[in-house]
Design a protein around this ligand. Structure first.
Ligand code: TPP
Length: 615
């Protein structure tokens, strides 16, 4: 069968194991050729082809609810539910989502993008079922990386206590998060795997051992087994535990899924899969380079458009940290995003000062407080979108203690293909009202170094430095030549008819165009969003219109704070206009297109300024 022709998963019921195996091969080949064109979450998807097919064969979606954690590994699910023909648009503007999307299919029963929500969502569905919601089995499919995160562990603890409900948790254990997994849960899973291997070893070698010695070896083995595994973690939490199974072997998958279907108790099915299976480059990956990829050449594994001559802001920050670490000791913490935040080089150079806490954003920020309270410097690298998970840790644990800590907010602003769930446009209001908080957003790489110098060397409390998912020319910056830039704004042009306050990377183009075209605009770089630069605000001509632009949600953003300031001073402007995202979730799409759509590209900003001074 051509995968493009698949309409829904019902055809799987009639397929034999041989046929399922050849379908897996076709799906893998389709995924590889399709993702080579579009990019996407390659490794996670190649690993779960058999498990997804087996789930859809045994269960009846959409009546049975299959909730995939994060949703980044759902490409096979998308194919089986009739979306293969949309794969050319994967993660593109107005295209197929890279995650589950309820508006795409009735088989997508819950949407995510952030990890570790599937168990709680599934628990909610079971409670809804109890009050009469018409749904069948509830299956939560979660990776070993996501299971180790707080929200998943909380739900695991909660669900297991209720023997009346029947959640089916599929634990997809590939020993990887994006990079190698960390933590004790991961070690415990290794022990469970070893226990199974020991059992198998005993079966095969037992007969070879002369009879008088068999009892002795059994005793030794029992001792080793007790030492290695103890009771099963999941059984102790109230689950019937199945596994570990080979997650690529249909015979075992189908058998155990069928048994679990009939179980009346909460159960965990532990499957072992190989991340990146079927493609040598991704099979070998241990650092996460193939977790999410841009378009690549299948033969060589090389990216189609290598980013020559440019560097990401993440890389600029990582280079600063590496240079800084040669001068003094401090910690860098990441919640599982070493690869995306380009911290690999730092980790290799300073492994003792690099902490990957796994998908544990709150832990990352509270740990930073513990470190900072002991007068040791600490940098937490975190994506804007995942910072949402750490709000309380920042407010309650860091800012309230007024600890010195630097938070690097990566992916601030629009993020492109990851879309709605990952947009970095909500952190400004989230942080702004927190006392003791300083927030910066440099306009370019040099300014980034200057702000980081201030943040590390002179600042006393919590400071967040935002930077976008954008590239800059690959210049080498030298920390020794970077002067600290303390909280202040800069006036870049002096025009007579309108004042434009903004921050971020479009400032350079705006400055250039305003100067070239001699536009009558006063342009102000609000490189510190908090505190406001009152000295500069006092110089603004309130008889002229004011335009405030931010690549952020407007509610509670910089514009609203500036307007509040002027209102408090009883200063009125003839006109004030704010540009940003107005109370909305912004869908996926390439950055430039989406900025244009929302009127935030350089041309639209200047047009808006022009309208203000013409009226
Ligand atoms: C709250 C949150 N933090 C970080 C991420 C980024 N992220 C996406 S997938 C992933 C790894 C998940 O690992 P695992 O659950 O083992 O799934 P696998 O990709 O290995 O199948 C991470 C860290 C996220 N989606 N959500």
């Amino acid at each position: 069968m051509n995968v493009i022709d698949i309409k829904d998963p019902s055809f799987l019921k009639a397929l034999s194991i041989k046929e399922l195996e050849s379908l897996s091969e076709e799906i893998r080949a389709f995924l590889m050729s399709s993702l080579a064109e579009t990019g996407g979450h390659l490794s996670s998807n190649l690993g779960v082809v058999e498990a997804t097919i087996a789930l859809h064969k045994v269960f009846d979606s959409p009546h049975d609810k299959i909730i995939f954690d994060v949703g980044h590994q759902t490409y096979t699910h998308k194919i089986l539910t009739g979306r293969a023909n949309q794969f050319a648009t994967l993660r593109k503007t107005d295209g197929l989502s890279g995650f589950l999307k309820r508006s795409e299919s009735q088989h997508d029963c819950f949407e995510a993008g952030h990890s570790s929500t599937s168990l709680a969502a599934g628990a909610g569905m079971l409670y809804a079922k109890n009050l009469g919601a018409n749904l069948g089995h509830v299956i939560m499919f979660i990776g070993d990386g996501a299971l180790a995160s707080g929200p998943a562990l909380e739900a695991l603890n909660f669900i297991g206590h209720d023997a009346q409900k029947h959640p089916i948790i599929i634990l997809n254990d590939n020993e990887m998060s994006i990079s190698k997994n960390i933590g004790h849960l991961s070690r415990m899973l290794t022990k469970i795997r070893m226990r199974k291997s020991l059992r198998r070893l005993r079966k095969t070698t037992g007969k070879l051992i002369p009879k008088p010695f068999r009892n002795l070896t059994l005793k030794v083995e029992k001792r080793i087994r007790g030492f290695i595994s103890g009771h099963s973690y999941f059984e102790d939490l109230g689950y019937t535990y199945f596994g570990p199974l080979d997650g690529h072997d249909y015979k075992s998958l189908l058998k155990v899924f069928e048994i679990a279907k009939k179980e009346a108790q909460p159960c965990v099915i532990h499957i072992r899969t190989q991340k990146g299976r079927g493609y040598p480059h991704s099979e070998k990956d241990t650092v996460g380079s193939w977790h999410g990829v841009s378009p690549f050449n299948i033969e060589t594994g090389e990216p189609i458009k290598p980013q020559n001559g440019v560097k990401s802001y993440s890389k600029i920050v990582a280079e600063y940290l590496t240079q800084k670490a040669a001068l003094e000791s401090f910690y860098v913490i990441t919640p599982a995003m070493m690869s995306g935040s380009e911290l690999r080089e730092f980790q290799v150079a300073y492994p003792q000062r690099f902490i990957d806490v796994g998908i544990a954003e709150q832990t990352a920020l509270t740990m930073a407080s513990g470190i900072g309270l002991n007068h040791i410097k600490v940098f937490v690298s975190i994506y804007s979108t995942f910072l949402q998970r750490a709000y309380d840790a920042i407010l309650h644990d860091l800012a309230r203690h007024d600890v010195h800590a630097v938070i690097g907010i990566d992916r601030a602003g629009l993020v492109g293909g990851d879309g709605e769930t990952h947009q970095g446009i909500y952190d400004i209001p989230l942080l702004y009202h927190i006392p003791n908080m300083t927030i910066a957003h440099p306009k370019n790489a040099e300014e980034m170094y200057g702000i980081l110098q201030y943040a590390f060397n002179e600042h006393k409390g919590v400071i967040a430095v935002r930077y976008p998912r954008e590239f800059v020319p690959a210049i080498e910056l030298d920390i020794s030549k970077s002067l600290a830039i303390p909280p202040s704004w800069e006036r870049l042009t002096d025009g007579k008819t309108v004042t434009l306050i903004t921050f971020g990377t479009h400032i350079e183009s705006l400055t250039r165009i305003i100067k070239e075209r001699k536009l009558p605009i006063t342009l102000i770089n609000a490189r510190y969003l908090k505190p406001l630069d009152i000295n500069i605000l006092k110089t603004i001509d309130s008889t002229k219109p004011l335009l405030i632009v931010e690549e952020s949600t407007l509610n509670g953003g910089l514009g609203s704070v500036i307007i509040s300031y002027f209102a408090d001073q009883n200063i009125r402007f003839p006109k004030i206009k704010r540009l940003g995202f107005d109370d909305c979730f912004v869908p996926q799409g390439d950055r430039e297109t989406m900025l244009m759509r929302y009127g935030l590209d350089v041309d639209s900003i200047l047009e808006e300024a022009e309208k203000l001074y013409e009226t």
